[in-house]
Each structure stands twice: as structure tokens, then as C-alpha cells.
Design a protein around this ligand. Structure first.
Ligand code: PEP
Ligand code: MN
Length: 264
């Protein structure tokens, strides 16, 4: 169902009227984690002012250590939705557990993110396949493109075709940066599927300074948009502090990208 051979032309996935996979590039931005009302308000203001159209923020966080900040949970959804609605930005947030799905639907989360660590959580994929909310499906950090396509197939097989792929970097032997942005996979996926493909340069490089270069590489490879971590005070972020752009750096990046993609 997700293969290009089934559906020749590009499919557009609409999020509250915002098209992913059309001619326009779409930017999703916001902090790694929802922390406070003030942090979310400042993030949403920065995202909006720079021209990005969707707000991200994790309420349920898949942290490597159980002792790290796990996210605010349902209270985080409240703050995310409040900031998004106040600034007119649809929201994207990660669903980690099927037991939270009803809550996500009650809150009317606009886009459900399936994180890298859950790309092959097949029960979770089947559940989001049964609803009609747009899904951002991140690539597992050690998943092949074919496994990624099959993960999307699980969602589509349930009837939900509103899938946006997100390349977020894969594990390599290199230790000098967090993950390797697989630009080859972006080019390949654009050929193999009719669905939109975006990239997350923040989790790929893991360093704020690397985000502009990786953003441009992703767009050059054919990405339909980007998901970027932005925090009003990156040094104080409770999660992924090294890779978050501050509002000024994000505004500057958006200007750079507008040169490449005038429609932005
Ligand atoms: C995130 O978007 O904050 C995140 C945890 O991403 P990933 O699943 O790609 O690691
Ligand atoms: Mn993060």
C-alpha cells in the first residue's frame, strides 16, 4: 500500500489543511520535551515567528536511562496543546504505548509520532493503523529501508494511509556525532514510496551547529520537510540540550532554507 508501484504519483498527507508531500516544504519545530508552560509558550512563539507550521514536543519520552527525565506525561499533553492552540500551530507528539492512545485521541493530538525505538512495535503500529490521524513514522536506528517500509505497511494495512516517514539518522561506527543522517535513504524512499518523507537533522547530528548543514543535505536529497528541535534556552533543556537550536539560530536557519525553497 505504501509502495510507489501501487500509487504512482506523490500522495499528500494533510494535517489540519497543511500539506506534506506537495510542492511546499513543511517544518515541524519545538523542544525535545515539554517542560513548562513558559517554555512551551516561548517555543511556540519562536516556531511561529520563523514560519514553521507545526509544533513538536514530547510528553512521553523514550529515554535510554530510566533515571533520566521521562517527560511530564498527560500534564505535558495539556501544555503542548495549550501552546499549539494559542499560537495556531497543530502539534506533533510521541505515542509510546497503546494504553495512551485513547488519551491522545481525547486530546485531539494532531499528529502522532512513532519514535525510532518503536518502529517495529507491531502492536502499536496496528493500533495507529485503526485510526485516521496522521502519523510520523521515524526510522529505527538500525532498521533497513525495507523494514521501515514494512513498518509503514502495518499502519496502512489497518486503513490509515496518513503516514509521513522521518529519517532521523542511523547507528554507524562513527562516534564523533550522534547518528548518521542517511541521505541515501531519503533519495531511495522518495523513489520507493508515494508517501511524504521528512528528515530530523537534530537527532541525526546530535549537535546544534550541525543542524543547518544536515537540513540542507536532507532537502537536497528530496525531503518534503524537516523536524527540528528548538528550545528557548537550549543549555537548560531537560533532554537533548546539545542539539536544540535557540530561537535566533532557528530564525536564521529558516532564512537560509527559504533561499533553497522559496515556497517556505
Ligand atoms: C524525539 O523526537 O525526541 C525522539 C525521541 O526521536 P527518535 O525516536 O528519533 O530518537
Ligand atoms: Mn529529542
Amino acid at each position: 500500500l505504501v509502495a510507489r508501484e501501487v500509487h504512482g504519483s506523490d500522495s499528500v498527507v494533510h494535517v489540519r489543511g497543511i500539506p506534506f508531500g506537495g510542492k511546499q516544504l513543511q517544518l515541524i519545530a519545538g523542544p525535545c520535551s515539554v517542560e513548562t508552560a513558559a517554555q512551551m509558550d516561548a517555543s511556540a512563539a519562536a516556531v511561529k515567528a520563523s514560519g514553521a507550521r507545526l509544533l513538536r514536543g514530547g510528553a512521553f519520552k523514550p529515554r535510554s536511562s530510566p533515571y533520566s527525565f521521562q517527560g511530564l506525561g498527560v500534564a505535558g499533553l495539556d501544555l503542548l496543546l495549550e501552546a499549539g492552540r494559542a499560537h495556531g500551530l497543530p502539534v506533533v507528539t510521541e505515542l509510546m504505548d497503546v494504553r495512551q492512545l485513547d488519551t491522545f485521541l481525547e486530546y485531539d493530538v494532531d499528529v502522532i509520532q512513532i519514535g525510532a525505538r518503536n518502529m517495529q512495535n507491531f502492536d502499536l503500529l496496528k493500533e495507529v493503523g485503526r485510526i485516521n490521524k496522521p502519523v510520523v513514522l521515524k526510522r529505527g536506528m538500525a532498521a533497513t529501508v525495507n523494514e521501515w517500509l514494512m513498518a509503514a505497511e502495518y499502519i496502512a494495512a489497518g486503513g490509515n494511509h496518513n503516514i509521513i516517514f522521518c529519517e532521523r539518522g542511523i547507528r554507524s561506527f562513527e562516534t564523533a556525532y550522534r547518528n548518521m543522517l542517511d541521505v541515501s535513504a531519503i533519495a531511495l524512499l522518495k523513489r520507493e514510496t508515494h508517501l511524504p518523507v521528512i528528515a530530523d537533522p537534530s537527532h541525526a547530528g546530535g549537535k546544534a551547529w550541525m543542524v543547518p548543514a544536515l537540513s540542507m543535505a536532507a532537502l537536497a536529497a528530496g525531503a518534503d520537510g524537516l523536524m527540528i528541535e528548538v528550545h528557548p534556552q537550549p543549555a537548560e533543556a531537560l533532554c537533548d540540550a546539545d542539539q536544540a537550536l535557540d530561537p535566533q539560530a532557528f530564525a536564521q536557519l529558516m532564512q537560509q532554507l527559504a533561499v533553497l525553497a522559496p515556497a517556505l
